[in-house]
Design a protein around this ligand. Structure first.
Ligand code: HEC
Ligand SMILES: [Cu+2]
Length: 354
């Protein structure tokens, strides 16, 4: 076949169209695969609450419209580049100079304006539905306080204070128990974002923000502080355990207990209570009532320490207390320079805090 200019144009158009389709299919397949995976992954394409679902539907809508615009513009671009490219025969002549077409100008003004209006209305509807949802009296209320570089969770109605691993109940549509969060910051801007559970909301000093979630499935959902807040911003993991009603009730009962008093670790408790630890940490039922660091009353009920930076094991606890910077450089807990015997006793004490 002779390679005419038209056949080249058609070829390029076909290639670009198939390429766009291929990319789109790849994205769709990847999204579907991720969605099928277990709950321990962040994924904006696998919403598990009503607000996250509305945001997901809105983003698919916006992506579809912008994908169509992309394909149309790119196809016209490739077509023009190929069809009107410079040739040896026309090199000494200027191309025909055309000015204005009212019809075309009206079309490319009015159509984009309409598209923007449609996108605006769709977005405004979702924002209203999420932000103005009334809080039912059965809702679980949690105050989230962002700290450099960890999360404090307070359940004011239940008298619980914990850190880094949030527990909330799965929502039963027959008897709704959504969780309403009040977002505060102790120092600088942080951002609370668990993609499967809802949109991103900032925690800003001297301001109260709100969000809510009604998880449809149990599991562990993770996220990450989404606003640069200092050195260890990247080690400020968010972890939410969505529990069955029974498991949630059991967790609450356990958290409401004062700290276990185990006489076999009196030495360790003495080290804790005579060191600066008590100025920064609370252990319910003891003299320790500091609020600068995480509440340690039920430290061992958490899978991780230091906001997900390390697993909660004897080795890591010891390393953390000896030198927090070894796990999280720049963390705001000082190395306390304890000797080995005190350190061991202290870790022994920590491990009784179930
Ligand atoms: C100046 C305040 C301060 C002092 C003193 C202090 N800590 Fe901390 N501690 C913190 C902060 C802040 C964090 C959170 C660090 C992070 O995750 O970025 C923390 C985290 C911890 C954690 C991990 C808790 C969790 O759930 O992630 C443990 C355990 C701990 N401290 C034990 C101790 C012990 C034991 C002492 C005394 C030897 C002590 N701390 C002294 C401020 C302090
Ligand atoms: Cu942060």
């Amino acid at each position: 076949m002779r390679c005419t200019r038209n056949s080249i144009t058609r070829g390029v158009l076909q290639i670009s169209a198939s390429l766009s389709l291929f990319l789109f299919l790849c994205m769709a397949t990847a999204a579907a695969e991720c969605a099928a995976q277990s709950t321990g992954f962040t994924n904006i394409f696998a919403p598990a609450t009503t607000p996250a679902k509305s945001i997901f539907h809105l983003s698919v809508f916006v992506l579809t419209i912008t994908a169509v615009i992309f394909v149309v513009v790119f196809t016209l671009l490739v077509y023009s580049v190929v069809k009107f490219r410079g040739t040896a025969t026309g090199a000494d002549r200027e191309p025909p100079q055309v000015y204005g077409s009212t019809q075309i100008e009206l079309a490319w003004t009015i159509i984009p304006v309409l598209i923007v209006v449609v996108l605006f209305l769709a977005t405004a509807r979702v924002i209203h539905a999420i932000q103005d949802a009334p809080m039912p009296s059965s809702a679980v209320e949690v105050t989230v306080i962002g700290h450099q570089f960890w999360w404090e969770y307070r359940y004011p109605k239940l008298g619980i204070v914990t850190a880094n691993e949030l527990h909330i109940p799965v929502n039963d549509p027959a008897n709704p128990t959504p969780t309403f969060l009040k977002l505060l910051s102790a120092d600088t801007d942080h951002s609370f974002w668990i993609p499967k559970l809802g949109g991103k909301t900032d925690l800003i000093p001297n301001r109260v923000n709100h969000m809510w979630m009604d998880p449809h499935r149990t599991g562990i959902y993770i996220g990450q502080c989404a606003q640069y807040c200092g050195t260890q911003h990247a080690k400020m993991l968010l972890s939410v355990s969505v529990d069955s009603p029974e498991k949630f009730a059991a967790w609450i009962r356990a958290q409401q207990q004062p700290a276990i008093r185990d006489e076999s670790v009196t030495d360790g408790r003495r080290v804790f209570e005579t060191t600066a630890c008590i100025n920064c940490h609370t252990i319910n039922g003891t003299a320790a009532n500091g609020r600068f660091g995480p509440d340690l009353t039920h430290l061992m009920s958490r899978r991780t320490i230091a906001s997900g930076a390390a697993e909660n094991t004897t080795k890591n606890l010891r390393l953390w207390i000896q030198n927090p910077d070894a796990i999280k450089p720049g963390s705001l807990m000082p190395a306390m320079q304890l000797n080995d015997a005190d350190l061991d006793a202290l870790v022994g004490y920590m491990e009784t805090l179930r």
